[in-house]
Ligand binder design. Sequence first.
Ligand code: OAD
Length: 258
Amino acid sequence: MVADPLRPTSEPWPGMEAVRRLIAQARSIFVLTGAGISAESGVPTFRDAMTGLWERFNPEELASEEAYRRQPELVWEWYLHRRALVAAAHPNPAHHALAALAAQKHVTLVTQNVDGLHQRAGSQHVIELHGNLFANKWLDGCGRCDEASALPGMPPRCHLCGALMRPGVVWFGEDLPRVARFRAEHAAQTSDLCLVVGTSGLVYPAAALPGLAKEHGAPVIVINPLPSALDQTADLVVPAAAGALLPLLWPQPGMEPD
Ligand code: OAD
C-alpha cells in the first residue's frame, strides 16, 4: 500500500498517542488551564512582556491591593485596557475542544484565567480560581455601596462612603475564593486523569492542584510548548501549543474520527 503523502505517518508531537489513549480511557478528567490557553486568542500571558503603553510595567506590580491604593487611576486604566483586549478576542480551538470534551466525559474545568473565554466557547460550570476580569466589587465597602458616576479616567466610587470600585479578580497576596478552591481540590482528588494546559505552574495554590491529583492516583499530563514548573509532577509532557494539539486528542463535533 502506498502511503498518503498528505497524512503524517508519525505523531506530530511525541507522547500524543499516549495522551489520546489516557483521555479515551478516563471517566472523569480534571483540567487546569492557565494564560497559555488564551495565547492563541491574542491575550498576552503573564510572563509575556506587555506591549504598547504598558510596556514598562510588570503585571505583578499592578495586580495588587497595595498598587491599587497607591495608584488607583493607573491600575483601573490597566484593567480597562485588559477588558477591551479580551472583549475583542475570541475563543480559540483549544477552548472549543475543552467545551466539546465535556459532552463526552465528566470534566471539571478549573482555570486561573479571568478572561471568560472558556465560557464563551460553551464550557459550563467553569471554576474560576482567580475571579473574572469583567466583575466588579468594592474595596472597603460600607455594605450599602452604590455606584456614583466616575470622573473620566478615575475608578468609580460609592456615593455613600467613597469606597473605590475594584475589579473582581484575585490580586497577589489575596486568598482564592473559598468555594472555588474547595471544588477544585475536591475534583483534583476524585478525578482519574489530570490535564494541565498552558500554565507556568509558578503561582500557588493553583499550581499545587496537579500534585494533589497525582497523590490521589491520577496520571498528570502537561501541555505547554515550553518547559514549566509542573513538568516534574507530570507523567507525560507534550511540548505543543494548546490550540494546535487539543482538537486532535478527542473527537470534535462535526469532524470524522480518524
Ligand atoms: P503564565 O503567563 O505564568 O504562563 C503561561 C504559560 O503558557 C507559559 O508556561 C507558556 O509557556 C505557556 N504557553 C504559551 N503559549 C501557549 C500555547 N499556545 N499553548 C499552551 N501553553 C502556552 O500564566 P499562568 O500560569 O496562567 O494570577 O499564570 C498563573 C497566574 O499568575 C495567573 O492566573 C495570574 C498570574 O500572575 C493572578 O492574577 C492571581
